[in-house]
Design a protein around this ligand. Structure first.
Ligand code: SF4
Ligand code: SF4
Length: 197
């Protein structure tokens, strides 16, 4: 029974003189090779020349601070639950009086770690975060020699106060819409706290 119509009948015909001397086949092969000399090279001279990443490239994570410099993460654990690689672990802490400038909300991540060897850079942690605290950036995770050094803690993840990271490209229209919703304006929370004190 014939399963497909892709079968080909093999020909046993005698080779012609041209086929026997292989010259036409060699010339046609060389013509193909030479035609590539005049085509634009797809390779680049890395590291002198670097390729531009797509705006949605997903690299190393950043834990964002708010406009006043306080850490946005409230250690809710949503990112860890969403992570398919189980790469995120954290420990919560309770904000003390006088620490309002450090942590935006009463609960914060005392310890926050991402195992970069487990991470598959899917971006689900970013999508799950209700506080816009975690984003993926275009920074490539550094190469290391020891496996332990791939566990990134807050020292590597939280953005530096004097070196803020622009994540506007990663804020989708849905996220921006969420920000506008009255009652969920967590971006304004710190200002409200400041007014009360
Ligand atoms: S990018 Fe994906 S795999 Fe990596 S930590 Fe976030 S959710 Fe986990
Ligand atoms: S990064 Fe976002 S989702 Fe993860 S614990 Fe912090 S606030 Fe929650």
């Amino acid at each position: 029974m014939q399963l497909t119509n892709r079968s080909k009948v093999v020909s046993n015909k005698e080779q012609s003189f041209a086929e026997k001397i292989y010259l036409p086949a060699i010339i046609s092969g060389m013509a193909t090779t030479f035609s590539h000399l005049f085509k634009k090279r797809p390779t680049i001279m890395y590291p002198e020349v670097k390729k531009e990443y797509a705006p949605v490239y997903r690299g190393q994570h950043v834990l964002k601070r708010d406009e006043n410099g306080a850490e946005r993460c409230t250690s809710c654990g949503m990112c860890a639950v969403a992570c398919p690689a189980e790469a995120i672990t954290m420990e919560s802490g309770e904000r003390k009086k006088g620490e309002e400038h450090l942590y935006r909300e009463e609960k914060y991540a005392k310890k926050y770690e991402i195992n970069m060897l487990r991470c598959i850079f899917c971006g689900l942690c970013e999508e799950a975060c209700p506080k816009e605290a975690i984003f993926l950036t275009d920074k490539i995770v550094d190469a290391e020699f020891e496996r332990d050094t791939f566990i990134y803690g807050k020292d590597k993840l939280v953005e530096k106060i004097d070196k803020r990271i622009d994540v506007t490209k990663r804020q989708t229209p849905e996220v921006l819409e969420f920000k506008k919703r009255v009652g969920l304006r967590h971006n304004e929370l710190n200002k409200t706290i400041e007014k009360k004190h």
